[in-house]
Design a protein around this ligand. Structure first.
Ligand code: SF4
Length: 279
């Protein structure tokens, strides 16, 4: 059985959050460049170019892409043939987040829900761990800003709402969000499961690379339809109007109870920060 010291996880998490805060993934910048060609509004084109310039400055000068450096979300796949030594997994991750936000001068954005007292180190992180076959540990870091997260929702639709009910829900959410989640956005849609799984599915959907369609042809068609209809809403880059409100829509789905049709929308802003490593 492979052994992995907890300190390696802490070091990896620290680096992932610093890198995520400063470097927009190449895939996101590439999608911005494509979107300049797709956007019909001159102001919209200019805004996307500014977002690219902003990303370049952040990478070159090693400063955060956005002042909101987010809640630290960690997705981990832990191989069942790995033995983590030297301390508890959750503490290793938490320490990595703590160090990353301190050393990277990333804003600490976590507080008590009512007193609003800041925890001071951006912990606790939101940690999702999955046990998978093999002896690798995959860590995905996704700092998520409050502006886009606030515009997300779970809705317990009924089976009779069907596909049209999901489309209506997603469009209503994006329309209601307007300029607030800093478009162009990426829309994660979770369909099925139950109340909490649909939310998780919608967040996992945000990790799918741009342009990759759901392997189920019906879901892939729904992704394409939603992207087209969202981009007809006219919200545009940063809400100045235009034809690129969303860069992509991804759906993750799973079977649900016969009485239910849970659906969730998780909106991601233009600062689509995500980094991963496999140990
Ligand atoms: S929604 Fe995104 S881009 Fe807008 S302020 Fe928040 S983190 Fe920054």
């Amino acid at each position: 059985m492979k052994e992995l010291h907890a300190s390696a996880i802490t070091d990896a998490v620290e680096k992932l959050f610093i890198d995520a805060g400063y470097d927009l993934p190449a895939g996101v910048c590439e999608r911005f460049r494509q979107a300049i060609g797709e956007e019909e509004s001159p102001v919209g084109k200019e805004v996307i170019q500014e977002l690219l310039n902003n990303a370049d400055i952040a990478t070159t000068e090693r400063i955060p892409i956005c002042q909101d450096t987010g809640l630290a979300i960690v997705f981990m796949e832990v191989g069942q043939d790995v033995h983590i030594t030297g301390g508890p997994l959750h503490e290793a991750i938490t320490e990595g987040v703590r160090r990353g936000y301190r050393k990277g001068y990333l804003r600490k954005s976590v507080c008590d829900p009512f007193t609003r007292a800041n925890t001071g180190d951006n912990t606790p992180a939101i940690i999702h761990v999955d046990i998978v076959p093999g002896e690798n540990v995959r860590i995905v870091a996704m700092p998520k800003g409050g502006g886009s997260e606030n515009l997300s929702e779970v809705r317990m639709l009924t089976p009779s709402d069907g596909v049209e009910g999901v489309v209506k829900f997603v469009l209503e959410m994006v329309q209601r969000a307007g300029p607030n989640p800093c478009p162009p956005i990426t829309v994660g849609v979770g369909i099925g499961g139950n109340f909490e799984t649909s939310a998780l599915l919608s967040k996992e959907a945000l990790m799918v690379p741009f342009g990759r369609r759901n392997p189920d042809p019906a879901m892939a068609a729904l992704e394409t339809r939603l992207l087209t209809e969202i981009n007809k809403l006219g919200i545009g880059p940063q809400g100045y109007g235009g034809t690129v409100t969303a860069l992509d829509v991804h759906i993750e789905s799973r079977p649900c109870h016969i009485a239910s049709l849970p659906a969730a929308v998780n909106i991601q802003c233009h600062a689509h920060r995500i980094k991963e490593v496999t140990l």
